[in-house]
Ligand binder design. Structure first.
Ligand code: NAD
Ligand code: UDP
Length: 337
């Protein structure tokens, strides 16, 4: 068996996926330009998994660097995590987002064709469902009505991959639409390290609990939800990582394009997450209500039944696990700084 190339392999989801693949006996090659992660993550992945994966520092849009990787290793599948992901920043720097996210996908596809590598797993997002889809989101709902340039890059790459698979019957494409990944590896060695002020809920909560920020701003308390705050489908990053292992197995046996939601199928409100965090960790999270954040949808969560039926995968970890592991990671991150 060859190796699985993980672009963005030292990032939040890529690093956890690397651990799960290594523990399952797969060989992986990590590729990352370190624009949003640190080289030390590669070593920590090796420490958790008990064997060190090779790490290549390169831009996933750089065809020469990619050719080098495909020459040096027998790459049998690519899981493409690399990309810019900040929704707000994508509105301010749309060209940087289109360039980085689209270019890397195209360069990978071209290089894979050259080397006969025919399996592509893509990190897409629930954001492609957009405003008009009713919840729970199902894979057969019409997508593309995205509210940010970031979301549009995901949708465009999905379309590019579908076209590529339609034109080449030997290609196997799996589009994974992630819901809201939080948590960290239970070892406390890897997790999400936002640079600057966190945009996302859980990193903000852990920084408040650690005393780095005075309080959480809860964006909006007048949404048409059970307590007025937004509802999301939070999934433990280790569960999400294991979904990739299942998707790789699927890609080995199928051709064409298949889409899977990776979520738990259950939504929690912002206030429910704040409460769960306090209960799971014993750390109170002071908060105050703030105006709605532009672009936020009131409520979305997955219909997770297709992944369970077809991939045999479902999320196992609880919201309490997610809170505890996020908090452990936050405490370790403080020690490392
Ligand atoms: P992350 O920023 O932690 O990881 C992405 C990694 O890609 C980083 O390590 C970064 O340095 C690297 N990278 C960026 N551009 C690159 C390039 N051109 N070449 C090489 N490396 C590059 O983000 P993440 O949370 O692990 O997300 C992984 C993927 O999942 C992304 O594509 C993201 O859009 C998608 N996704 C994330 C979420 C989420 O909430 N975290 C939700 C849905 C989808
Ligand atoms: N949120 C919040 N305060 C914050 C960050 C996020 O109230 O400091 C809310 C946000 O409005 C959304 C939910 O938490 O309803 C999840 O936001 P996140 O950015 O983590 O994920 P999104 O679903 O927007 O991708």
């Amino acid at each position: 068996m060859g190796s699985v190339l993980l672009t963005g392999g030292t990032g939040f989801i890529g690093s956890h996926t690397a651990v799960e693949l290594l523990l399952a006996g797969r060989d992986v090659v990590l590729l990352d330009d370190l624009s949003n992660s640190e080289a030390g993550v590669a070593e920590r992945i090796g420490r958790i998994a008990g064997r060190q994966p090779p790490f290549v520092r390169a831009d996933a849009a750089d065809r020469r660097a990619l050719r080098r990787v495909f020459l040096d290793w027998d790459i049998e599948a690519v899981v493409h995590f690399a990309g810019f992901k900040a929704v707000g920043e994508s509105a301010a720097r749309p060209l940087a987002y289109y360039r980085n996210n689209l270019d890397s996908a195209l360069s990978l596809l071209e290089t894979m064709a050259e080397f006969g590598c025919r399996r592509f797993i893509f990190s897409s997002s629930a954001t492609v469902y957009g405003e008009r889809c009713p919840v729970p989101y199902r894979e057969d709902m019409p997508a593309g009505d995205c509210s940010s340039p970031y979301g549009r890059t995901k949708y465009m790459i999905e379309e590019i991959l579908k076209d590529a698979a339609a034109a080449d019957g030997s290609l196997s494409v799996v589009l994974l639409r992630y819901f809201n990944p939080i948590g960290a590896h239970e070892s406390g060695l890897i997790g999400e390290k936002p640079s600057g002020i966190p945009n996302n809920l859980m990193p903000y909560i852990t920084q408040v609990a650690a005393g780095l920020r005075p309080r959480l701003n809860v964006f909006g308390n007048d949404y048409p939800t059970r307590d007025g705050t937004c509802v999301r489908d939070y999934i433990h990053v280790t569960d999400l990582a294991r979904g990739h292992l299942a998707a790789l197995g699927f890609a080995e046996a199928h051709r064409g394009t298949e889409i899977f939601n990776l979520g738990t199928g259950r939504g929690f409100s912002v206030l429910e997450v704040v409460r769960a965090f306090g209960e799971a960790t014993g750390q109170p999270v002071p908060f105050e209500f703030a105006p709605r954040r532009p672009g936020d949808l009131p409520e979305f969560y997955a219909d997770a039944s297709k992944a369970e039926a077809v991939l045999g995968w479902r999320a196992e970890k609880s919201l309490a696990d997610m809170c505890r592991d996020s908090w452990r990671w936050q405490q370790n991150a403080l020690k490392q700084d």
